[in-house]
Design a binder for this molecule. Structure first.
Ligand SMILES: C[S@@+](CC[C@H](N)C(=O)[O-])C[C@H]1O[C@@H](n2cnc3c(N)ncnc32)[C@H](O)[C@@H]1O
Length: 319
């Protein structure tokens, strides 16, 4: 059995933000984890508990996270997914059935359009509640976490994965190294201002992962655990196909932020505390970085560390 439920239209919690594009859900998202890491995570969080049959993922997108986790829940019988955007809700069952394959047989899938901060479910409806890279987009992540906990039954598991996304802008890759002290500091200043601007405008906190232990303290949970994703991408030349996918994604993202979305990037930086003229000047530095990165990629000399700061935290709802 499966169904799609569309709630009455809801107001965007992050008004003015571009919706999540299909590009953000590209192939690169499949490369985030080593399977063994997720197996160990599932064991530590107790996902093989026979009492975990009803799972909820909030902010499903194209189902990448649901599929990775659902595969590691042996007693799974019902998978409910929520997204704020109608297109991901309409798409959800097909995406999930495609990703789960035979593992999805006999699992009832329900997709619901709703806001993570106001979930349309009764208290204690689920045995496992999870989200990945969703709280970072919300103006009120504490409220969403409280909602996730409210719909979780006592003894059930909450599992949250969120990054700290400033790291890539301070990473010592070979294009950044070519910019020298002033250029590298300028890069960090620009993106830090954008992150602060995002918070000031109520568009979320892209470093929310750093606050997960603190946020969990506010919940009625016990048995808190937290780990860091152990995946490091090999981005040294000659580039593997996976490296090409990841590097291509990064270049496309930066090209958009400095090109089609330049006005938005400047707006965020100004909201984060920069003068308009300085924001424009820092964008030019970042354009120099991008040009240098593209030159090195074409020459096959670009080198980067390939790590990310991505936390995964879990706990059990107190009984
Ligand atoms: C970065 S994507 C993550 C998708 C998926 N969790 C994954 O890891 O592949 C964030 C998702 O959260 C959804 N989203 C954003 N704000 C939301 C809200 N207030 N309530 C529910 N979903 C929301 C977006 O539409 C998007 O699909």
């Amino acid at each position: 059995m499966s169904q799609t439920i569309s709630q009455p239209p809801v107001t965007s919690p992050t008004a003015g933000d571009a919706p999540h594009s299909a590009e953000q859900f590209g192939e690169q998202r499949d490369l985030w984890y080593e399977p063994g890491f997720l197996d160990r995570l599932a064991a530590r969080a107790g996902l093989a508990d026979p009492g975990i049959a009803r799972m909820l993922e909030v902010g499903v997108g194209q189902g990448h996270w649901s599929a990775l986790i659902a595969r590691r829940v042996p007693a799974l019988a019902e998978l409910t997914v929520v997204d704020f955007e109608a297109r991901w809700v309409m798409d959800a069952e097909g995406q999930l059935r495609g990703k789960l394959g035979a593992r999805g047989d006999g699992v009832a899938i329900t997709a619901v359009q709703a806001d993570a901060q106001v979930l349309p479910f009764a208290d204690a409806s689920f045995d496992l509640v999870t989200c990945q890279t969703v709280l970072m987009h919300l103006p009120r992540p504490e409220q969403a976490l409280a909602e996730l906990c409210r719909v979780l039954r006592p003894g059930g598991v909450i599992l949250v994965a969120e990054p700290s996304n400033l790291y890539p802008f301070s990473a010592f890759d070979s294009a950044a190294a070519a910019l020298g002290l002033d250029g590298q500091s300028a890069r960090y200043r620009l993106w830090l201002a954008c992150h602060l601007g995002r918070i000031a405008q109520g568009r979320g906190d892209f470093n929310l992962g750093d606050r997960l232990p603190h946020l969990f303290r506010t919940l009625p949970v016990e048995g808190f655990g937290i780990v860091m994703n152990d995946k490091v991408h090999d981005l040294a030349p000659p580039y593997s196909d996976d490296a090409k996918t990841l590097l291509g994604f990064g270049v496309d993202w930066l090209e958009t932020a400095l090109g089609a979305d330049a006005e938005r990037t400047v707006g965020l930086a100004v909201a984060g505390g920069l003068e308009h003229a300085e924001a424009l000047a820092l964008l030019d530095v970042e354009r120099r970085y991008l040009a240098e990165q593209q030159r090195q990629l074409a020459a096959g000399t670009f080198v980067a560390g390939g790590g990310a700061v991505h936390y995964l935290a879990w706990a059990r709802r107190t009984r």
